[in-house]
Ligand binder design. Structure first.
Ligand SMILES: CCCCC/C=C\C/C=C\C/C=C\C/C=C\CCCC(=O)SCCNC(=O)CCNC(=O)[C@H](O)C(C)(C)COP(=O)(O)OP(=O)(O)OC[C@H]1O[C@@H](n2cnc3c(N)ncnc32)[C@H](O)[C@@H]1OP(=O)(O)O
Length: 163
């Protein structure tokens, strides 16, 4: 299996992966060409019940991991179309967790099915997700007018490569 390489990120503002977002999760991603992974500790301000991490935060982490896998492993820009999450075990604030994601199924030229799971340091699966992702060419994504073309071009130059 290929070695894990850090993936480049050109957007400092994203709530999940932006390294400059002071309220965010600061996720960094690595790929071995088949899977994408990250690890993190959830900051204190994102708690739900007492020391429990909020389920919506875990859903964000799973969405982000599937999104990076969809982008990096298919070479397309993406939008999350739908996702389901199963919360299996509690995750606590301050506990290190690991997330991995992969392309489960190429549904059609413009759609892919992704999966992700969050594990605790004992290796227990705490949450898992499946998602359907719309895949866009650069030209089609520019036409959607959601992200400035210069950001997409910068991403095209760096995102598919390692940091
Ligand atoms: C994502 C890249 C961001 C790049 C930013 C740059 C730098 C940042 C750096 C790093 C970032 C790294 C990772 C990004 C991380 C996370 C991303 C988070 C992902 C999200 O959290 S994302 C927010 C939530 N999610 C949405 O906000 C989706 C809203 N929902 C829709 O937008 C639709 O539901 C859709 C498209 C999903 C399914 O749409 P559908 O299949 O039901 O089709 P529908 O009939 O509705 O199509 C309508 C028109 O879109 C055209 N169209 C559809 N699919 C197409 C395709 N694949 N290629 C070309 N054209 C397509 C049709 O042709 C038609 O066009 P027309 O109107 O002209 O006929």
């Amino acid at each position: 299996m290929a070695e894990w390489r850090a993936l480049k990120n050109i957007d400092p503002h994203c709530f999940a992966c932006g390294q400059g977002n002071s309220h965010g999760l600061h996720m960094r991603f690595f790929s071995n060409g088949e899977r994408v992974k990250s690890r993190l500790v959830i900051p204190d301000h994102l708690r739900g019940w007492h020391t429990l991490v909020h389920g919506g935060v875990l859903a964000t982490i799973l969405d982000e991991a599937m999104s990076w896998a969809a982008i990096h492993l298919t070479g397309h820009f993406i939008l999350t179309q739908e996702m389901t999450v199963r919360f299996k075990k509690p995750v606590h604030i301050g506990e290190e967790i690991r997330v991995q994601s992969f392309v489960n199924e190429r549904v059609s030229p413009k759609k892919a099915g992704l999966k992700a799971e969050i594990c605790n340091m004992s290796g227990d699966v705490c949450a898992e997700s499946s998602g359907l992702f719309a895949l866009f060419t650069t030209e089609d994504f520019i036409r959607k007018d959601l992200v400035p073309a210069h950001m997409l071009e910068a991403m095209n130059e760096s995102m598919w490569r390692s940091a």
